[in-house]
Design a protein around this ligand. Structure first.
Ligand code: FRU
Length: 507
């Protein structure tokens, strides 16, 4: 591994036409430490549940093409949410329709009768999308179905009485997230219905009753509501507990296309309410969508996984054998900052087990000066540093002339990701975007900046997950240089810039 630091290094444009970027598996753009299916199309994470030492990751999957099609549930398992085993397809389309997004629970008390108390069923609840119904112009083509597994997700049996929730004429009626509700000892299901959330309840996971609604006049409504989630979090450093509602919306995200908003409020067991006036986003980048959290985690942690793409161009990204990846699993927590609740998301601790070969260097820069870090593994790296600076640029470059620019602008209180010249961008008109994130509530002192780059993605965590941006990238070759630029009129220090190569999870 080569690494050295030099001032104002000259960029040489490579004159040879370089083939698209290859990773160590000789496959263009294949992430090495994020989950991808071995081949074909993937979208939303589904049925995130922990059971008997296994973290399940089901996902929207189309096994016959690298564009969206008749949806199945793909399946992967892990003991630590870092290394994944790819498993056979869990759920196939049936007479009721394609298998859209949903969730999974463990029926410990055997309320459904599917299993027993000794061997509780893993129950999947999902949306059926009936294509014939949609094509015929009907509005009742999305219904909710149930399937269960008695061998911890290896095989599933589809419930004969499906669908368990019919549709009374709502074109968009989907994505059940189910959890056990201790407050009234029943199962709670969140469903999105076009522009709002519905809450349903059941004693046995089969018979369901609608009990409340939320959101017709609250939050962002630039697009249809999708993939809800609702869970309690303790406010950090206080005894107070609040409930957080996640709602993905498409389109209508702050930087275009798909994005995930959240509401902080209260849940009395039946109804969710929130006094929140601002619209809040879990991640400001263009590529973190349809994320949900794990049910039944061993220590009550709230762990989130999102789909690293955007419906604006998900079908067009320049990969050949598979399409798209999941975010790194992130731990969610809640803080009160400037009298507002803020959802924090940050890589889970286990991620550090993948880090090797740390190289550490402090960079001090005079006003307007810059310094280059040259490193041959930027595309499979974690970069971490702390700084008091609020006006700087980070400029990733390669010998092809590609350029990914990150900029913190303290005067305007914004953080910018500019991927206009980051590599292949013209496969779809919305991709070459400049993405902006307001960072007005950062503390005045040292903050940490953490960047995870994995061949075709970047995840940026500012102040330990207070502000987060996730974006896809398709550079023409590996980035090999990172310039730190001081854009202020004062001296700045980037403390202990740490470059850590991230191990591949596939070897
Ligand atoms: C979100 C979504 C869900 C739906 C699924 C279909 O990305 O549109 O609402 O269930 O994808 O694949």
């Amino acid at each position: 591994m080569a690494v050295f630091f030099s001032c104002n290094q000259k960029k040489e444009k490579n004159t040879v036409e370089i083939q698209s970027i290859k990773n160590e598996n000789e496959e263009s753009y294949r992430p090495q430490y994020h989950f991808t299916p071995s081949e074909k199309w993937m979208n939303d994470p589904n049925g995130l549940v922990y059971h008997k030492g296994v973290y399940h990751l089901f996902y929207q999957y189309y096994p016959d093409d690298i564009v969206w099609g008749p949806m199945h549930w793909g399946h992967a398992t892990s003991k630590d949410m870092i290394y994944w085993d790819r498993k056979p397809i869990a759920l196939y389309p049936d007479k009721n329709g394609y298998i859209f997004s949903g969730s999974a629970v463990i029926d410990f008390e055997n309320s459904s009768g599917f299993g027993s108390k000794e061997n509780p069923a893993l129950v999947a609840l999902f949306t059926y999308h009936n294509m014939d119904g949609e094509k015929a112009g009907r509005t009742d083509f999305q219904t909710q179905g149930v399937a269960y597994s008695l061998d911890n997700g290896e095989t599933f049996k589809v419930y004969e009485g499906n669908p368990v929730i019919k549709n009374e004429g709502m074109k968009d009626f989907r994505d059940p997230k189910v959890f056990w509700n201790e407050k009234n000892k029943s199962w709670t299901m969140l469903l999105v219905a076009g522009n709002h959330l519905q809450i349903w309840q059941s004693k046995d996971l089969i018979g369901w009753k609608k009990v409340s609604e939320f959101g017709k006049n609250q939050g962002a409504h630039g697009g249809v509501w999708e993939c809800p989630d609702l869970f309690p979090l303790k406010v950090e450093g206080e005894s107070e507990e609040k409930w957080v509602l996640l709602i993905s919306i498409n389109p209508g995200a702050p930087n275009g296309g798909s994005g995930t908003q959240y509401f902080v409020g209260d849940f009395d067991g039946t109804t969710f309410t929130s006094k929140q006036e601002n619209i809040k986003w879990l991640d400001w980048g263009t590529d973190n969508y349809a994320g949900i959290t794990y049910n039944n985690t061993p220590n009550q942690e709230r762990i989130f996984i999102g789909w690293m793409s955007n419906w604006s161009y998900a079908r067009d990204t320049p990969t050949n054998t598979w399409r798209s990846a999941m975010t790194i699993p992130r731990n969610l927590s809640l803080k009160e900052i400037n009298d507002e609740y803020q959802l924090i998301n940050y890589p889970i601790d286990n991620f550090k087990n993948l880090l090797e070969n740390a190289i550490t260097k402090t960079v001090e820069l005079k006003p307007q000066a810059e310094e280059a870090v040259v490193y041959d593994h930027f595309n499979q790296t974690q970069i971490t540093f702390t700084t008091k600076a609020r006006d700087f640029k980070l400029n990733f470059k390669n010998n092809f002339g590609d350029n990914l620019l990150l900029e913190m602008n303290g005067k305007e209180n914004t953080f910018i990701l500019n991927r206009e010249k980051s590599g292949k961008v013209d496969f779809q008109e919305d991709f070459a975007s400049i993405q902006k994130m307001p960072i007005g509530h950062l503390p005045k002192d040292l903050i940490e900046v953490k960047i995870l780059m994995d061949w075709s993605s970047i995840e940026i965590f500012i102040n330990k997950g207070q502000y987060v941006m996730t974006a896809q990238l398709f550079p023409n070759e590996n980035y090999s240089q990172l310039n730190f630029v001081n854009t202020s009129e004062a001296d700045v220090i980037f403390n202990e810039i740490k470059l850590e190569k991230v191990k591949s999870i596939w070897k």
